[in-house]
Design a protein around this ligand. Sequence first.
Ligand code: ADP
Ligand code: MG
Length: 704
Amino acid sequence: MTATRPALAGFAGVVPFAPERPRRFQAEVSVETLPGVGPKVTERLAALGIRTLGDLAEYVPREHLDWSKATGFGTLRVGEEATVACTVERTRVRPTRRRNLKLLEAAVTDSAGDRTTAIWFNQAWLAERLQPGTRVLIHGALAPGGTFKVERHELDGESAGLHTVGLVPVYSASETVSTARLRELTELVLPRARWALDSLPAWLRADEDLPLRADALAACHRPLERADVERARKRLAFEELLLLMTGLAQRRRELEAGAAAPALAEPGELLARLRALLPFDLTPEQEAAIRAIDLDLAGTRPMQRLLQGDVGSGKTVVALYALLRAVERGHQGALMAPTETLAEQHFLTVEGLTAKLGVRAVLLTSSLAPKAHAAARGAVAGGEADLVVGTHALIQEHVGFRSLAVAVVDEQHRFGVEQRRALGGSGGEAPHVLHMTATPIPRTLAMTVYGDLDVTEIARPPRDRVPVRTAWVAHERSGEAYTRLRRHLREGRQAYVVCPLVSESETSEARAAEVEAERLRRAELSDFRVGCLHGKLPAAERRAVMDAFKRRELDVLVATTVIEVGVDVPNATIMIVQEADRFGLAQLHQLRGRVGRGAEQSYCLLVSRPREDLTETARTRLQALVDSTDGFALAEVDLRLRGEGELLGTRQSGLPDLRFASLTRDRDLIVRAKRRTAELVDEEGPFADAVAAFFADADHRGLA
Ligand code: ADP
Ligand code: MG
């Protein structure tokens, strides 16, 4: 039944093509140029994202059905999935007791003469096409009653071979474009795609032993062997990663070529004083990060480094080190946080140290009173301020600096490629930039998502830290959680209570937190001093609450997720998260990082709604937090639960969408591609064009 097909380089074989005219494939030409494709079909294909011949060639099947392995009814066991080629004898449509459900039954005979009844649900319209004598391939399983429940079928029509021979592609179809139609269309375009220009340079294809792109595409659509499909996909995925990573490397290069940063010689006396001031020694990982930064700062090539480290891993002091390196040489440093609350908190931390070092730090946020705002701006422009702490608006609103040499961007995962680019400065000068994220992702992923950055990790927290113990408390036992919390308070410790997420708006979330704080003041926590913190408080009030908590004038902070990052009170040793099942994994991990900051054993109590009300994912999430405090390990779990698109925020990151590669499954390819980017970044011609085309969509999106 299988036709003999000549093997193509690298694959067992693909459908033989009969190229009439060896002409360059015009991938960008509209599908409307294909025979039988008019305006209507063009529109329907567009709905599937297929506009050009190239799109069609790249519209690879979802799966392949192996018609060549068709069996007979005689050997089937109940429940076993199978594909059977058979002939229709007669059909009838039967109503069922359920009003809207109709059954189509067909008496069918296979080639061995075995008979059975094949059943389709809700496909009565098909009866007309299943005339007696029609040959049909059915895929499904034998039901306990001996009937065959059909999941998919193929009619043996004119182009039978296309639909029924060997491994048959199944496409993601739509209501108006069937998988059979897509098969016919790809069949038309694949022979032409044989003459596509391969954008990968020949030397690379030879070095990496890569088949031609056209062969890989053909094998994806029409493989001879199942193994060909995955090998072909990997070839295409590898190319995609090369385009992505080379594009990011080019951006990095542009940035470096565009502007120079001040070279900062060796760390001197100011940094020695910082070290002396710290109540601890830096950990080896912090020292390693600092060494990497020192090397970056020594040159005029602007630093573009990402510092990844879990909450509490001690990134702040590394950031401060980098900032003071600028100050020491007469320049300025800027620390930028994603929200005003965080900026304020960073400012408190930074100021605590800089005041003792004789370094002048200012806070610059839009919630400052106009006068104070103007004064801060003036200090930054005039150089009276050595360090400025603010939000990302510092860069976006073009605050004038006298001489900005080092910029630190906290919580970089909310920052896209384009925003990073904007940090590159303008004219002849650019600051050295250190990005920090407390949502670490595996190194291989960082190579793509942060492909334009150098990456440093702080994988281990400071040594004397005791891992936070986490418990998952069922709702009906939340009383015990508060008993535990009160015990900590009586011992002189402090605590956090995180209120449930209210999705409607920040205002309703704030109100809910206030109501809850009030309730706790009257009930569970009536003996204690309870403060409330949320994003709707005026800046001054927010600061007052934080200060009071730091000075131990408050025992408990009832808060929304504004405490997620940045709050640093080592005496707080217990946290209750209400309705924890509503939060995301990374978010809970961040919240938990607010405790366990001192030498004491700390606790995080995740109170969930009743277990039986939770989804499987929510349960897995909570259990993962109980089992692990390692941010990298939790990131992997999160990746599994949510899928890479959402976790990595590919859209938000400003990166092109990937058609073939999976950033999680293809880590081997990422590593291989990374090794090649240095060579490819200077490549000209078709490869450079392909890189530009690959980023064109994403750039367009970024501008929109
Ligand atoms: P991150 O910003 O990475 O979440 P922080 O920089 O806020 O973490 O550090 C968390 C806590 O650990 C802070 O209280 C900080 O003072 C403390 N810390 C930082 N480095 C060390 C160290 N080397 N030894 C002991 N404690 C440290
Ligand atoms: Mg931090």
